[in-house]
Structures are given as structure tokens and as C-alpha cells.
Design a protein around this ligand. Sequence first.
Ligand SMILES: [Fe+2]
Length: 481
Amino acid sequence: MLTSTAAPAPAPAVAPPSAPPAPTRAELARRMFTRSITREHGFEPLRVDGALPPALRGTLLRNGPGLFGQFGQAYAHSFEGDGLITGVRLDAAGAHGVCRLTATAGLAAERAAGEVLFGTGLPWRKRFANAARGRYKNTANTNVVSWQGRILALMEAARPTELRLTAADVETVGETDLGGVIGRALSAHPHRVAARATTYNFGVEYGRHTRLVAYALPDVGPARTLGEVTLGFAPMLHDFIATERHLVWFLSPAAVHVPRMLLGLGDFGQLFRWRPELGTEIIVMPIDAPGAVVRFTVDAFYQWHFANAFERGGEVVVDYVRYPNFDSFDALATGGGPGGLDEGRLHRAVIDVGARRLRSEAVLDLGVEFPRVHPAREGQAQGVTWMVDAALGGVVAHHADGRLARCRFGAHEVVAEPVFVPAPGATDEQAGWVLTLVYDGRADASYLAVLDAARLEAGPVARAWFDHPVPITFHGSWLPT
Ligand SMILES: [Fe+2]
């Protein structure tokens, strides 16, 4: 109970001028998860503050939801937003930026019809009709990667959407099954193992028996199916990880409510249930013997993203961001809130494959997300893990020896996944740059931040500004020139 003995202050004769309170970072993050792109455009010059490193030549492509609704109707969850590719090309001419919605078949159909045709925000009859006819929208909204010179926009519930990067723009080619190999879906999180010159990925095929299908996408030659596992339930399975010898999944009990999905019942959030009684199943697939899968179950935990994994003696070491439960799913609908990303901790799991044992410990007492490592270290022990803090307020570098480096952005700024770009020819794992897309709430505009990877605390060495805000981008890739 609050009490006060102070006399009431006299009322001022004239009310003092007061500026509206500055929005909190959580409010700014919410804008990024709810406000659609205000302007699409091909490559155009970006204003640059600071000095772009002359050796940093290439294009950063990022992907995320760019439309959160259409025709006055909001989608039910940010994950249902239409994919928007945001790119920044750095070359002798400076910085040029592109923002282009991926022209998916579903979006084209909606624009032709003048109404929302897909998604869980529709009235029940329309959802049921879509489910019965197997109609859905491949939003292509989660990641964008390059494989064999092809640009692929990925979302985990559908096939890849191929894009074409030109000097002027990003064009949509269309959905692809990579030569008849990919089934109904390919995850948004491929992992390339340098030692095998191969990118690995998987898709979850829902049905009477839900199957996890692993794919190998070699640097040269056709894509192929590597192996498959029948799952005990239908999960939301976002990411996995690869070492030089094994593919590893942590099958957390975020279960798809299959009857609801098939009948089109409930909104997006109601399609998933956290079922901790199932535990988290550890699935380890030997790359050279994909039929000899090792599976066992531990107490339930959740993860969105893996940082890296490697072999150590007879053990598999896995670095990932671990959550006690699935609460972050709801928080991600609007970009933050209680039980959101702040629960995520960088963990190291050590798997004794032969003994079917996993032990896992937090290596950093700080909420983090979107971990990345040096591309050449994927599949082997890394010296540095790059992340954002859970408030989306800065870039964090966690070193293998426990050291921590941080770049803290302003209270009016929101950062996205950091992408490490090695300096050409460098052998030092920290020699290079960290690129991230930052939303500045004061300017209501977004910019590419270029950080010197070895001097994060110094802040950006260059900023390349869009003249408009860019909604949240989840993941992306650096395409060197
Ligand atoms: Fe992701």
C-alpha cells in the first residue's frame, strides 16, 4: 500500500510543454513485426555514413515477412507474412539497396482476387475449403540462401522459391523441387559442411505418419535424399545442425494439432501445442550411414536455432539457443513481450551417441538469439559465436574461451541477425565484418550496419541507409562478389 504525507503540489498556472515519451525498444520491435513495407523498389543508391571497407564486396540478402495483412485484413501471425527480400550491394559504386516482395503464386492470386485467400485468419469456411483442397500460400518468408549459384527463398512448410538477382532488382522465378528431389517442404535452415562441400537440409512431411526427410545438396552435382525418419508426432521443427559426420535434430514437443490443421480449425497460434510430457527427442543421423539413426529422449526443452556442432572424440558437441518451453512462439507473433526471447540461453550440449546420453549447460547467462558462426567453421569447432541479445538491442560475440564482446545500439534501435563476412584471404576467425540490418525508430528508417568483427564495441564503421523502415528480417546470406 502506498501512503504519502507530502502536501499536494500547487497546480502549475501553465501546463509545461511535454514531448510524448520515446517508444521503448519493445514497442519499436512490435512495429517491425506488424507494420508492412511502405515502399518496394529495385536497387537504388543508399546514403552512407562512415567508410565502407574497400574489401567488403558483395551483396547481403535478407528475408522476412514484408506484408502483415492485405485489403484491410491483418494476418493471424507474423509467420504468415509475405516474404520480402531486402538486399544491400556493396561495390566500387558504394551501397545500393533493394526491397522486393517475393511474387509467390499465392500472393499473385490474392492480388488478382482483391482479397486474402489463405491463412489462418480467414473465416472458418474458407479455411476448411483451403484445407480440403490442399491450398495454401508458400510465403517464402524466412531465409534466403545461395546454392550452386541459385538464390532460394525458404520457408519451412513449403518448397524453396527460386529468385534471380540482377543488377537492377530481385526477381521471382518460382517454386522449385530442385530437380524432383524435394518433397512438399524444405526447412529454412540449411547448413553447409565445408569439409564435405555439401549443404544439408531437411523437410517435415505431415501425414498419417509424419516423416522427417534429410537432403544433401552438394556444391557440385544434383541434390539427393539422404535418409528419412518416421516421427512419433507432428512437430514444428525449425532448425537442425550438422557436423562433419552427423546430422542432429532436437525434436522438441511443439506439436502440430493435425486434426485442427486438416480441418482448418483455429488460428495460427492454436495449431501448435506444447506437450512437455513427450520430452525432447534427440535424433542423430550418421551422414555415411543414414539408416543407422540413433534416437533417445530427454526432458523437454525448446530451441529455434542452432549455432554450430562438431565432433569431439566419440562425442557430438552442439551449440544452440535453448528455451525452457514454447512461450517464445506467441511472443514472436508481435515482436516481444513476457516470456519472449529473453528466456533463450546459449547452451552447449554434449551427446554421447553410443551411450544415448545428452548433457547440456548454459555457457552464457544472457538472453540471446539468431546465432551464427564463421561459414568455414560450420561443422567444426568455432572460436566465436555471433548473436543478438534478446532485447534485439545489440550484437554479441561469445568466444570459446568465455570472453564476451558486445556492440550496444541505441535505445531507439532494433537489430537483426548478425551475418559474419570473412575478410578475403584471412585466416584469423575474427578477421572480417559483422553485418546486421538495424531499424532506427527515431528516423523511422532502416540501415545496414557494418561492424569490424574484431572491434564490436567501437560500433558501426559504416551505415548504409534506406529512406524507409524495413520490417523484421529473420535470416539471410552474404553473397561475395
Ligand atoms: Fe530461423
